[in-house]
Ligand binder design. Structure first.
Ligand SMILES: [Zn+2]
Length: 414
């Protein structure tokens, strides 16, 4: 009995006097309501949030971080990234890069870009394939080992697709060249095997491509969703075409459609009804131009995206933020290049509070992190950022990151 009392006393004592970090937030973004609340305090212990509120008690031993002149938000999330790729400006050629860049080089680039994400306020990313021979798997291990700093990475492994991956024009002598980044899966058995292979290599989400070469029918998608679900994973699908290609994916039960630039109102409504997320990846003019499109083509793509984004917002299709960009624009780092796409969200008149929700609470739901990240509440991880300017006035304020905390650890404080 005496021992139990001693242990109990020690436990209470440790909790009372444990070293807390306290953030004083001048303006605090409540991701659930999409509203800014003034003068909040966040108490952090052992990497997680212990308490949030106004006028909380501070212990003498606590470390206080004063962000009373800043806008404090949950760490941002990008649900569609390619950290190991960087196509040459306007001369991009996936086949060329696959031949000339080793897996090691891709992993080194990926680790540099992962750190750029974290330093610029993105504490969680979804790496969605085209990462050579599972290069990201090693980046995740290096982050977990503490060798390098990076965001939480939800990872797809290789992209699963009907025969040919997303290649075109590869001659028959080099058949299977695309296996570097894709797994051919044309039957239900092959889809199941591909999912198991990706999970073996570290995948935490399953990505399919449909409609670029072959097309998956509803039953194919259901097989993938059922198999992934056994391991607690979700299926997300690259779809550029509307019509039956998209409908198969939605009715098959995928968690999200990536891109979906051609989706019509019927498909967007069906997504809303089924709870399918849209990760729109709406490149700005500069992103399309960097990819190699001419001005006319780039402009018409932006017009299509603005129109689809507007319709999705009005219909109420669930959305999560994703950039997809794989080009560093001249003079800009990856994140600055990615955030060009905010121009498209602004052209579509999407309110800043909703864009922030797409980057936080909505993204967390899509990524299966709704109980651990995406809002600043008790028991959630202390993934916290602060901005110099008010993002509700102008969403471009997310480019003014001046503080980043990842799981209670300060990564950046300007
Ligand atoms: Zn992509």
């Amino acid at each position: 009995m005496k021992n139990i009392i001693t242990v109990l006393f020690l436990f209470i004592g440790l909790n009372t006097f444990a070293q807390n970090t306290v953030i004083k937030a001048g303006h605090f973004f409540d991701a659930r309501s999409g509203k800014m609340i003034d003068n909040q305090m966040i108490i952090i212990q052992n990497g997680k949030i212990k308490e949030v509120g106004a006028n909380l008690k501070i212990n003498k031993t606590d470390t206080v971080i004063d962000l009373s002149n800043s806008w404090v938000l949950p760490g941002l999330m990008d649900c569609h990234v390619h950290i190991t790729s960087n196509l040459a400006y306007r001369k991009g050629n996936w086949n060329d890069d696959a031949v000339k860049e080793s897996n090691a080089l891709r992993a080194i680039r990926g680790s540099v870009i992962a750190k750029q994400f974290l330093d610029n306020g993105f504490t969680t990313i979804k790496e969605i394939g085209n990462d050579a021979n599972y290069a990201t798997s090693d980046i995740i291990k290096a982050i977990k080992n503490g060798w390098i700093q990076g965001p939480t990475i939800i990872y797809s492994g290789k992209i699963i697709a009907p025969y040919g991956g997303q290649s075109s024009g590869v001659n028959p002598e080099h058949e299977n060249f695309w296996d570097w980044e894709y797994i051919d899966a044309d039957t239900h058995e092959e889809i199941i095997k591909a999912i198991r292979k990706n999970i073996y290599n570290g995948a935490t989400v399953i990505k399919l491509v449909t409609g670029d070469n072959g097309i998956y029918d509803e039953e194919d998608i259901k097989v993938a969703v059922t198999e992934a679900k056994k391991y607690g994973l979700k299926v997300t699908v690259h779809v550029n075409k509307g019509g039956q290609v998209a409908t198969n994916v939605i009715l098959g039960g995928a968690a999200a459609i990536e891109h979906g630039v051609d989706l019509n109102n019927t498909e967007l409504q069906l997504m809303k009804d089924k709870g399918t997320f849209l990760v729109g990846t709406d490149f700005a003019f500069d992103n399309w131009y960097a990819y190699g499109f001419d001005s006319t083509m780039a402009k018409s793509m932006v017009d299509l995206e603005v129109d689809r984004l507007k319709r999705a917002y009005i219909i109420g299709t669930k959305m999560a933020f994703g950039t997809d960009n794989f080009n560093d624009l001249p003079g800009l780092n990856r994140i600055q290049s990615n955030l060009k796409i905010l121009e498209v969200w602004k052209l579509a008149s999407i309110p800043p509070s909703y864009i922030l929700q797409c980057m936080t609470i909505n993204a967390a739901e899509l990524l299966g992190l709704e109980n651990s990240r995406g809002v600043l509440e008790k028991f959630f991880y202390a993934d916290i950022i602060a901005l110099k300017n008010n993002p509700l006035d102008n969403i471009d304020a997310i480019k003014t990151v001046q503080f980043v905390m990842k799981e209670g650890k300060v990564i950046r404080k300007d």
